[in-house]
Ligand binder design. Sequence first.
Ligand code: GLU
Length: 362
Amino acid sequence: MNPRFKRAVIKVGSNVIAGNDDGLDTAVMEGIVNQIADLHRSGMDVILVSSGAVASGKSTVRCDRKLDSVSARQLYSSVGQARLINRYYELFDRHGIVCGQVLTTKESLSTRDHYLNQMNCMTVMLENGVIPVVNENDTISVTELMFTDNDELSGMVASMMNAECLVILSNVDGIYNGDPRSSGSEVIAEIRPGDNISSYIGSEKSAFGRGGMLTKYRIASKVADEGIEVIIANGKTPDILEAVLGGLPANGIRCSRFLPSGKPISHVKKWIAHSEGFAKGRININEGAMAALTGNRASSLLPVGVVSVEGVFEKGDIVRIVSPDGRQIGVGKASMSSAKASETAGKKGGRPLIHYDYLYIE
Ligand code: GLU
């Protein structure tokens, strides 16, 4: 096979690999591993982000008393993750390929140091021919410290690892232009930068995992905006990875492909783009600042453009930027504390509150 990319992140959803016996469908997992092994052999760096820990643990542990949702997730994932990684290890081993486990939390990516540490870990694995198998550490990430789902995690990993492509494997063929169950609906094959297709998407969640098509769409658009191609495809379709990543003509195979934006953004900006969940404060800006930040020229956020500052943050923390009509337009890294920012708000002169290099406009 002749893959179109040098590095890709492949995300496998719980719905793709959930099965009857121990909660995992070995045949489907084997098919996916065989395809990844082919890609690996043809020289491509592959990072696998796999869900399925909770689903697998649930069908393994019998619990007599009713557990609250946090304890249940902790219990099931502790057992299920062991099963999941064991299965992947065995399946890759048949090809003579070594895989390794990376368990992460949203917090592990919240500061630039932590982020670089995670990046270093996966880089050294790839350099040594080891396939990273990534999942959220569900035993310790609870409530607000949780990723929305593994779609969010995979977007972050693709961006962090400078992947050229992110493939999100789910149990549907892609994003439909109507109800997927009705015969007239078709998969939207290509989504270009700036296209808004959110009105086509229903809000149903998946049966096993936490995600749904709406988060997939949101993440896919954001990642494609950063210059990375994103493909949403059906993980149960045989040879799907070869069809979407290889040089094969995609004979009749359907999927949704998000074309990457032509102007890729810097590594620091990629980190900031995915840091929204860690924001400590909110900066309300005026019309002048709004025009400058959303215009064509590179502009920093100056104190004169700030109407008010909410929340308590320190220099270096991530803050949200909110327009005069109350919409979040971006995120950035504050170059001063909230106390200092409030003091200088509305004043002319002074250094920028957010420098352009640390600013991400959505
Ligand atoms: N990390 C969860 C698991 O392995 C899945 C989260 C999701 O559904 O995206 O079960």
